[in-house]
Design a protein around this ligand. Structure first.
Ligand SMILES: [Cu+2]
Length: 131
């Protein structure tokens, strides 16, 4: 039947749209993160594994920080900082890396992986930014 085929098709298209928007690929309605311009005062190298970050207790100076995330295991993980909207790194399989800059003022921040269940299972840490 012609009509039901069309209906099925639009359901599939809607699902594809949701999947694309969920990836944060850049063309969704979500506003994009804007990296601060200028050199980083320090680069933080952080490893992600299956339900952990290493190190998970980090000290850094205030200013623009480059965060360099490397996935050393197999899962899909993200790195977000509570209170820093839109900033998000994501790594897929083994060896994938993602890097971005973020400007932080002195404060103790909590970072975590926002894949459901990961932070609760221990995939989180603290980033203490000092003057
Ligand atoms: Cu994760």
């Amino acid at each position: 039947m012609q009509l039901s085929r069309v209906q099925r098709c639009s359901v599939a298209l809607a699902a594809a749209c949701v999947a694309l928007a969920g990836c944060g690929g850049g063309s969704g309605d979500k506003p994009a993160y804007v990296e601060p311009t200028g050199p980083a005062v320090e680069t933080l190298d952080i490893e992600a594994g299956n339900l952990w970050f290493k190190p998970d207790d980090i000290q850094a100076p205030a200013g623009i920080l480059a965060i360099d995330l490397k996935n050393t295991e197999s899962g899909y993980h993200t790195f977000v900082i509570r209170g820093v909207p839109l900033f998000e790194l994501e790594v897929t399989g083994d060896g994938d890396t993602d890097v971005s800059k973020v400007e932080l003022s002195p404060k103790k921040y909590e970072f975590y992986c926002n894949v459901p269940g990961h932070a609760e299972a221990g995939m989180k840490g603290t980033l203490t930014v000092t003057r």
